[in-house]
Design a protein around this ligand. Structure first.
Ligand SMILES: [Zn+2]
Length: 251
């Protein structure tokens, strides 16, 4: 299976309709999964009529009018670029399930707290909370170990890893059979392009998207992804990366 490294659209307008955002679709055994790139660390996933919002934040999309209501909301942690109570308030409906880390559940006064390593199943979507943290040795630790969540979501066999705010932590080696991975790339909060490369070597996803990249030039990942060992490891497609890079640049 070929490995495609792609990048997502960083630019979105608040007035945009939900379907104006860039998205990609993947096949699962029970229908397509559509992943919409809303902006920064914010995503929306659609599968079997279910709408899953990940870290919905009002500065990246208009949740009051444009974005659809949620069946499931996943929050990685309590920083303001991930947790936005107003945005959540706009998209909850009867039956919406919120899954988050413990601190977010306490701040919201509701939802299900999952700690690192915990697993739950919401309407056929398996949700595994996985570690997301900063490695030791920095003056400031923005994301202490054990507090925040990344998520591995399984949609009838298709496994999507949403890393949250993390560095290239050793626990990534334990992530198996990842089809799609979203990896953050902005220092000092998350990873350098070189760390993302290291993360990719550990995870070996079939498709990888840098997200949460701030001002980082995501093309740098392409520049450093030249080593032949990487191709040998996963069969990366530079052509696919370039195509997506161009496509999203033009928007
Ligand atoms: Zn963040």
């Amino acid at each position: 299976m070929k490995v495609f490294l792609m990048m997502l659209a960083a630019v979105c307008m608040l007035s945009a309709a939900a379907n104006d955002f860039t998205n990609d679709t993947f096949s699962t055994k029970s229908g397509p999964l559509t992943i919409t790139f809303v902006g920064h660390g914010t995503l929306m996933l659609g599968w079997q009529k279910l709408v899953v919002h990940v870290d919905p934040v009002g500065r990246y999309a208009d949740y009051s009018a444009v974005m659809p209501k949620a069946d499931l909301i996943l929050i990685t942690h309590e920083h303001s670029d991930h947790l936005d109570k107003d945005a959540i308030g706009h998209i909850v409906k009867q039956g919406t399930v919120i899954v988050a880390n413990d601190a977010v559940v306490r701040q919201l006064g509701g939802g299900s707290a999952l700690s690192n390593g915990a697993v739950t199943n919401i309407r056929g979507i398996m949700i595994e909370a996985v570690p997301a943290y900063n490695l030791p040795g920095k003056p400031i630790t923005f994301h202490p170990k054990g507090r925040d969540n990344g998520y591995v979501l399984t949609f009838d066999g298709l496994r999507v890893y949403i890393a949250g705010d993390t560095e290239d932590i050793p626990e990534m080696k334990a992530l198996k059979n990842i089809d799609v991975a979203f990896l953050p790339m902005n220092q000092p909060y998350t990873m350098t392009p070189k760390q993302v490369l290291n993360a990719l070597r550990m995870i070996r996803p079939k498709t990888a998207y840098p997200y949460h990249f701030g001002n980082t030039d995501t093309k740098k990942l392409l520049d450093i992804a030249v080593p032949r060992s990487l191709y040998a490891a996963g069969g990366w497609s530079r052509t696919a990366y370039r195509r997506h890079h161009r496509r999203h640049r033009e928007q």
